[in-house]
Design a protein around this ligand. Structure first.
Ligand code: PAF
Length: 283
């Protein structure tokens, strides 16, 4: 596997692959990889001739009081996982390589979409995500890019950005990968103490509860959200940021399960903010 740290290196390698007529897939990550990321690489390897993963903790998507400094990092372990799963090149730039001194241009969606859900408490987050993903698209020029459904709002926002800015890139959403007991895989799970790890199960339990209500025919989104909220509130270590049902494309709140609906949550377990969700294809 090639380890590239400069934009020029990535561009030269991708140009060589394209000259051979090979297709390129991109898996953007912030490192500290787990099976969720591995599943994105696996899907990219299935669909593309060469896979590039980026491994970059992007400062512009962290707010002033968020965990940028503490965000877990282990590049050697990441490389081993990526290589094992067939990644051809990892792009691991320094912050200055991605954001040269004086960088002042951002990509931002100006609708309400990035203000809903996670955007309510993380107001600059999606501007940072769109900016870095847009830069990665310009650097790697992939045919396809692979994102996890766990970050459902991020995935919807990237799809909107790709439409709005006419990127000729196919966005592939990949299913949430869970631990055996249901907890959605996340780099932030590593922050949890043993007691918190156990308490964190309320997220997936409430997802399964919501899915069961839908399967049993419940179409009132507010009743589903209320039942999920009640389940989470019964856990003393959990503090809800939001539990919401929104339109799966626009992220606007909905009252009924009709069309594509995203039921999503962010919950603090101790100091760690975790997210989970499920999508319903209503009638
Ligand atoms: O989902 C993530 O890990 C990040 O938001 C992404 C897409 C790699 C951009 O930094």
């Amino acid at each position: 596997m090639i380890i590239a740290t400069t934009i020029a290196q990535v561009r030269a390698q991708v140009a060589a692959w394209k000259k051979e007529g090979l297709t390129v897939g991109l898996v953007p990550t912030m490192g500290y990889l787990h099976e969720g990321h591995a599943s994105l690489v696996d899907e990219a390897v299935r669909q593309c001739d060469r896979v590039v993963a980026s491994d970059f903790v992007n400062p512009t998507q962290f707010g002033p009081n968020e965990d940028l400094e503490a965000y877990p990092r282990d590049f050697d372990r990441d490389c081993a996982l990526l290589e094992e799963h067939g990644c051809a090149m990892v792009f691991h730039p320094a912050v200055e390589e991605m954001y040269a001194p004086g960088a002042a241009t951002y990509v931002e969606i100006l609708s309400d979409m990035p203000k809903q859900l996670c955007g309510k408490t993380r107001p600059i987050h999606f501007r940072g995500v769109c900016t870095v993903v847009s830069k990665l698209f310009n650097i790697v020029t992939p045919d396809k890019a692979f994102f996890g459904q766990k970050d459902a709002q991020q995935l919807a926002i990237i799809r909107q950005m790709v439409r709005d800015l006419s990127y000729g890139i196919e966005i592939v959403g990949c299913p949430i990968v869970r631990e055996a007991d249901g907890l959605a895989k996340s780099s932030r799970n590593t922050y949890l103490s043993e007691a918190e790890r156990q308490a964190a199960l309320v997220l997936s339990e409430s997802v399964f509860l919501g899915q069961k209500m839908v399967a049993e025919g419940e179409t009132d989104a507010n009743k589903i959200v209320a039942a999920m909220t009640e389940h989470i509130q019964a856990q003393p270590l959990a503090k809800i940021d939001y539990v919401s049902a929104v339109d799966g494309v626009t992220m606007d709140p909905v009252d009924q399960i009709a069309g594509t609906v995203l039921v999503a949550m962010a919950v603090y377990i101790g100091k760690t903010r975790l997210i989970d969700n499920f999508i319903v294809e209503g009638k």
